[in-house]
Design a protein around this ligand. Structure first.
Ligand SMILES: Cc1cc2nc3c(=O)[nH]c(=O)nc-3n(C[C@H](O)[C@H](O)[C@H](O)COP(=O)(O)OP(=O)(O)OC[C@H]3O[C@@H](n4cnc5c(N)ncnc54)[C@H](O)[C@@H]3O)c2cc1C
Ligand code: SF4
Length: 373
């Protein structure tokens, strides 16, 4: 993997691929396509297959405070480690050499899970070093973006090591990955010279907390979540994410999200308060882990009505409804698009309204023609 000129992580080909390697990659790549098979699970047109939906938080108040929303993901990971279900967690944390960037972290202790908690709105590639982990004798829980989990799940269809080495896959709702230039714009807007930044967090330390740069001299610069994500980072999200049908982690055992509260106009409010995560168990394995984490006292949960998600996740709702219009514009220009099955894209598009669909179709067409994809 290498950082491109525009600040995204991109694969760098270092050798010719054999036909077999090429075929293995194509079968696992979510950019080529995704096939969702709900089986006998309830299958919501917007939110995908699920077994249960709750809201809640880590019972450890320090973890809840440090994490992104309620620390539910981290609480589940701590449970998996401390119950002996896994030896290691594969997750993403800050890069000590470039604190706005990410590195893949292998956590073996609760303190390491604590350190890696929190959302990092920058490119990550947690599958880049997967081969030695597949070849190891350890059992892992994997945490990644929905596309990371989809790729690992798909790899498992042709590689039996995935099931034994990665028995648990966790994810979070994902609005898309901004380039590193997004973080650089946050730094310059908050007046933090990049060369002097010792630590950088995108949010957390409260819900949603602040983007926070700690400088060499110990001083801190902060920016609200509404200004950092809403005002800057979301404008740096790569185009690939605009045609992603699975920002909701459909292939994970458990997926977590922000349980935002909505205002009178139905839009999420970002007033700081103790964090609350949505916890959606999608598989039997996920439901069992979630129940064990509750019984073991690590996670506090209450039932959440899945129909309430639309009001607090407008970004995900729109993404699912507009994906077909955006992809149709690209198809018209004979550009390659992912092949999605099982995401109810036509049904979702019908609920989007003609105006929104036309705007997204024409907007994508214009971007493609002027070369801004
Ligand atoms: C790029 C991005 C987009 C997001 N978009 C949405 C959204 O549209 N709606 C929504 O509700 N929530 C979104 N989230 C997720 C949300 O911010 C929280 O992660 C989620 O609410 C779970 O919170 P938690 O406190 O339970 O997780 P925590 O306990 O804080 O755990 C977070 C876990 O995510 C891992 N992680 C953090 N950043 C990355 C990364 N870049 N790549 C891979 N793994 C990472 C950490 O290693 C950690 O294991 C997004 C997160 C990211 C990173
Ligand atoms: S929006 Fe989709 S493609 Fe983009 S990072 Fe998130 S899961 Fe991956």
């Amino acid at each position: 993997m290498g950082v491109s000129a525009s600040g995204y992580l991109r694969p760098v080909q270092s050798a010719e691929l054999s036909v077999a390697q090429e075929s293995r990659l194509r079968k696992a790549c979510p950019g080529v396509g995704l096939t969702l098979e709900p089986g006998d699970r309830p299958d919501h047109p917007l939110w995908g297959p699920y077994l249960s939906v709750h809201s809640g938080h880590a019972t450890d108040p320090a973890l809840r405070q440090n994490a992104s929303s309620g620390g539910a993901l981290s609480a589940l990971l701590v449970h998996l480690l401390q119950s002996g279900a896994v030896d290691r967690i594969v997750q993403t944390g800050a890069d000590a050499a470039l604190p706005i960037a990410n590195v893949t972290v292998l956590s073996e202790r609760a303190e390491e899970v604590f350190q890696a908690a929190g959302s990092r709105y920058a490119p990550s590639a947690p599958l880049a070093g997967i081969e030695p982990l597949l070849a190891s004798t350890e059992r892992h829980a994997f945490v990644g973006k929905p596309c990371d989990v989809a790729a690992l799940r798909a790899l498992g269809k042709t590689d039996p090591r995935v099931a034994t080495r990665f028995p648990y896959m966790l994810s979070f709702f994902c609005a898309g990955v901004p380039s590193l230039s997004g973080a650089r714009e946050v730094l310059s807007t908050m007046g933090a010279p990049e060369a002097q930044v010792r630590h950088f967090r995108y949010r957390g330390d409260g819900w949603p907390g602040h983007a926070k740069a700690t400088l060499e001299d110990g001083t801190e610069q902060r920016m609200s979540y509404a200004d950092s994500w809403g005002g800057i980072l979301s404008r740096h999200v790569q185009f690939r994410c605009k045609i992603c049908a699975d920002g909701t982690g459909s292939f994970a055992d458990i997926v977590c999200a922000d349980a935002w509260e909505a205002d009178a106009d139905g839009y999420p409010t970002f007033t700081d308060r103790p964090g609350v995560s949505i916890v959606m168990a999608r598989t039997r394995v996920g439901a069992e882990v979630m129940e064990q984490a509750v019984t073991g006292g690590r996670l506090s949960l209450q039932p959440f009505d899945i129909e309430g998600l639309e009001g607090i996740q407008p970004g995900q709702t729109q993404k699912r409804r507009f994906t077909l219009a955006r992809m149709s514009a690209l198809r018209l220009l004979l550009r390659p698009v992912p092949r999605y099955r099982g995401f109810h894209l036509a049904r979702n598009a019908r609920r989007a309204g003609l105006r929104g669909l036309t705007r997204n179709f024409l907007g994508t067409l214009r971007r493609a023609i002027v070369g801004r994809l």
